[in-house]
Design a protein around this ligand. Structure first.
Ligand code: RIB
Ligand code: CA
Length: 322
């Protein structure tokens, strides 16, 4: 998988606590490009929002609020789909909190642009074919709508990193289905059928990178972004005293886009169940080989050393189980 190309990344997202951390990671990495000009980090070209964890309006407000909180209101945000291709979103208020982000961030000053997510994606992908990395962290509705309205344009992306699915691992919203794929199975099946290189960070992979309540309670300091991430994590644990660990679902997908060596796996051909109501959203292996690299091995040490560096958490030792 080629490293993130210089022209940057676009993040499709339904913030959501883990989405917010992934967005902050991308901006922290991109900042390193500005500071050191080493070209190590990606340049974030914009965020496109989609309903999923919370209604579109809440997720969009959360995206703007996170950008505002880290001093990056310059990053444009484009509103996408408020509903899946079929049915309705089921939302995940219990996990992310009533607003989608626990705690309270200052009201953002910036607003979304007038251009829709689909039109922004189409324009940028046409302008920089093969150069943009897409990172999809929510239901895949926006990408599927792009495929419907602008056939062939999604395939202009250089690569696509997706958090979603549960390939050979239990689901988190039904026994076999993962939330993003379950939220819009038709969109997920359409996107799995594209020809661009996909790296799929599913539940089996993202369950390999988690921090316990004690480890999060021990986090301290860091740069401005690291301090906000600590607040988000600690507020998330406060939502439910029974919570034992935070799994870095979306941050792992983002980390793989920045440094593809964070994950390894097999290339498979995947389909997503769209008919059987008992198995809606289930990710199914349709063949060996293909365009989807399903992350099976995770270098958790590499992942945590990345977030330690990006957030400036000098004393953080993920190996210390506390
Ligand atoms: O199943 C985990 C995924 O669903 C993550 O993207 C999380 O943010 C939720 O959207
Ligand atoms: Ca998400």
């Amino acid at each position: 998988m080629s490293p993130t190309p210089p022209s940057g990344i676009i993040i499709d997202t339904d913030p959501g606590v883990d989405d917010a951390i992934a967005i902050i990671m991308a901006l922290a990495a991109g900042l390193q490009v500005d500071m050191s000009k080493t070209g190590q980090g990606p340049k974030v070209l914009g965020l496109t929002t989609v309903g999923g964890n919370v209604p579109l309006a809440s997720g969009t407000r959360n995206a703007l609020a996170v950008l505002n909180a880290i001093g990056r209101p310059d990053i444009p945000v484009y509103r996408g789909s408020s509903r899946p291709l079929t049915g309705r979103f089921s939302y995940s208020f219990a996990f992310h909190g009533r607003t989608g982000l626990p705690g309270r961030l200052p009201r953002p000053k910036a607003a979304t642009t007038n251009q829709s997510a689909t039109e922004f994606l189409a324009a940028r992908l046409r302008a920089s074919p093969e150069e943009i990395t897409l990172v999809a962290l929510g239901p895949l509705t926006n990408l599927a709508r792009l495929m419907q309205r602008h056939p062939g344009v999604l395939e202009l992306a250089g690569s696509l990193f997706i958090m979603g699915g549960a390939v050979n691992s239990p689901g988190n919203v039904t026994p076999h289905a993962e939330f993003n794929f379950y939220s819009d199975p038709v969109a997920a099946d359409m996107v799995m059928s594209t020809t661009i290189p996909i790296t799929l960070v599913d539940l089996g992979a993202s369950r390999q990178v988690a921090l316990s309540r004690k480890q999060v309670a021990a986090l301290k300091g860091g740069n401005r972004m690291g301090e906000l991430v600590i607040r988000l994590l600690q507020d998330w644990f406060r939502l439910d005293h029974g919570r034992k660990q935070f799994q870095f679902y979306d941050p792992l997908a983002l980390a793989a886009a920045i440094d593809p060596q964070v994950v390894g796996g097999r290339h498979l051909t995947l389909r997503v169940e769209t008919e059987d109501q008992e198995r809606l959203g289930v990710s199914q292996v349709a063949g060996l080989g293909g365009n989807v690299l399903v992350a099976e091995r995770v270098d958790s040490a590499r992942f945590f050393s990345m977030i330690k560096r990006l957030f400036g958490w000098e004393e953080f030792d993920p190996e210390n189980p506390l």
